[in-house]
Design a protein around this ligand. Structure first.
Ligand SMILES: Nc1ncnc2c1ncn2[C@@H]1O[C@H](COP(=O)(O)OP(=O)(O)OP(=O)(O)O)[C@@H](O)[C@H]1O
Length: 528
């Protein structure tokens, strides 16, 4: 294989990695050239994260070889030597929350022997951060940093170890539009200094924006490495899915606009969900919402706009300061998750690790957590019924797993998210509230999951999608855009990306409010 004159910053060849019966990597390969921005894409479970673990020395492959600039990789267990070669910025923070930025930067390598000289440490940290143009106070506690600041600190930390390769595993998942712009600007600047990136993302438009080369993995194997320029998105998606039937990202309109057999949603159809004056001080102003049977309502907004807080209040995670909430006309006790579930509210949380799954338990147990009362007589749980139930979910949501008894800890991130959705659907909720439901989900599964949300509505229930992802919002019949805790715009069908993004950024375009499509009288608008 012809590569540029210089050896690859990292080259992995013939990598095989098995987890029990699962082959996570099957003679996979990848090479990143110096200063290159290289994307690694593939469907959920394709083997991307496993390769990252191999490239960072966290997992030892069963077969194959990793070299850095032509030299053999360090020995397994020699963490410091691996850190000098490569670093990974994960979605989940790797910094210690209670330590300061300076302490995190020098964790396990405090300068000088003997007693730690704190003032010198702070000065070193300040110099290091400014060398990489990171504007963060070295004395700030890591837990007080924004996601964006934390990622910059992690990048500076990696570079200070001497690494010339940084792996970014879905770095934009928790950033808003401004944060993504700033991250990309920083990455481009570092590239000019010769730092190479391996960028993992399910957002193909980010791959096109940032990367010059893309590698596709499918079913544990390498299937394609090609320059990004000149590679049509349809071909990229086809390589990922192994067929040419995969709708390209940004085309979930196909799902959204598919004819959906709706139940009667006439003006006197009883709302599946209604809020009156629902309010949470400091988060969102009094809000009157109505979701009708068959309707998917979008609550759009950037980080801290209030849309997530509304979603969390609907599902009982947060106790509102005032107002009422009802499902199919029956009042729901606010601030109680069990009551919300009993009342018929299904919940797909944003953070599947903190709120979604019991990692050590099986797919079947996790998928049925909310329906144990239906799995056997007199409070018993029949394993056969649990497995059969889970198997139906695995099939209908296309969950990639060795079977219902596999622990969810062994599933890829996107497949874990599907288990969370399976659990929310298990009770056949009257209204499904999903917060960023497709975070970490691959292009094809994204369409499938959003299709599931539409199906929930089509069956006569309702759904609320809380998100800043345009693809999530495309499946909605109606969208309320939040900014600073208030609804600033309402859209029916026919909105443009620009209009909606502008509304989420707090820039309301003339003629947007209540005029974009069919919006009549659904939000009895205190706010609008
Ligand atoms: N620790 C583990 N134990 C058992 N199986 C595992 C383990 N880690 C990964 N796997 C399996 O290996 C396969 C590849 O998973 P991996 O996490 O690498 O996929 P991925 O491409 O990163 O997916 P995603 O986009 O969903 O994050 C999956 O089938 C997964 O279930």
């Amino acid at each position: 294989m012809a590569e540029a004159e210089q050896p690859a910053v990292v080259r992995a060849q013939g990598i095989v990695k098995r987890f029990g019966p699962t082959v996570a990597l099957d003679h996979a390969r990848l090479a990143v050239r110096p200063g290159e921005a290289h994307a690694l894409v593939g469907r959920n479970g394709a083997g991307k994260s496993t390769l990252v673990s191999v490239l960072t020395g966290m997992e030892r492959p069963d077969e194959g070889e990793v070299t850095f600039a032509g030299e053999s990789a360090p020995g397994y267990g020699d963490t410091a030597a691996w850190q000098r070669k490569v670093a990974c910025v994960y979605q989940k923070s790797m910094v210690v929350p209670d330590l300061t930025v300076a302490e995190n930067l020098y964790l396990n390598r405090f300068p000088g022997a003997g007693r730690i000289r704190w003032r010198a440490l702070r000065e070193d940290a300040r110099a290091l951060l400014s060398e990489y143009g990171v504007e963060v106070d070295p004395q700030a506690r890591a837990k007080d940093l924004s996601v964006e600041q934390r990622q910059f600190v992690e990048i500076a930390r990696a570079l200070s170890f001497g690494a010339r390769l940084i792996i970014l595993d879905e770095p934009t998942a928790q950033l808003d539009a401004g944060g993504i712009d700033r991250l990309f600007a920083k990455l481009l600047e570092l590239r000019r200094q010769g730092v190479a990136f391996l960028f993992i993302s399910h957002h193909l438009q980010e791959v096109y924006e940032l990367c010059d080369t893309v590698t596709v993995f499918r079913d544990a194997r390498h299937v394609l490495t090609a320059p990004v320029a000149g590679l049509p998105k349809e071909e990229l998606v086809a390589a990922m899915t192994g067929d040419d039937g995969g709708a390209p990202e940004g085309d979930s309109r196909a799902v959204a606009r598919a004819p959906v057999a709706r139940k009667e949603a006439g003006p006197d159809g009883e709302p599946v969900l209604r809020t009156e004056g629902l309010a949470l001080e400091g988060e969102f102003d009094p809000l009157d919402l109505v979701v009708r049977p068959g309707e998917v309502l979008g609550l759009a907004g950037a980080t801290a706009s209030g849309n997530t807080a509304v979603g969390e209040t609907l599902v009982g995670l947060r106790k509102p300061a005032g107002g009422r909430l009802s499902v199919r006309g029956r009042p729901v006790r606010p601030g109680s998750v069990p009551h919300a579930i009993d009342a018929g509210i299904g919940y797909v949380p944003e953070d599947r690790h903190d709120q979604g799954l019991v990692l050590g338990r099986s797919v079947a147990e996790n998928a049925t957590l909310t329906v144990t009362d239906q799995l056997g007589p007199y409070g018993t749980v029949l394993p056969s019924r649990t497995r059969a139930f889970a198997q139906r979910m695995i099939t209908s949501l296309d969950i990639k797993t060795s079977g219902p008894s596999q622990p969810v800890s062994g599933l890829s991130g996107g497949n874990q998210q599907k288990v969370v959705i399976a659990r929310a659907l298990a009770r056949e909720p009257s209204v499904l509230v999903a917060i960023r439901p497709t975070a970490g989900v691959d292009v094809k599964s994204k369409d499938a999951l959003l299709g599931v949300v539409r199906d929930v509505a089509a069956s006569g229930s309702g759904a609320v999608i809380v998100s800043d992802e345009l693809d999530d919002l495309r499946v909605c019949d109606r969208i309320l855009a939040f900014f600073h805790g208030r609804v600033v715009a309402e859209f029916g069908s026919g909105w443009s990306d620009r209009q909606l993004v502008a509304a989420m950024e707090g820039i309301t375009e003339p003629g947007t409010n209540g005029t974009a499509g069919d919006t009549e009288d659904r939000t009895e608008g205190r706010q609008t």
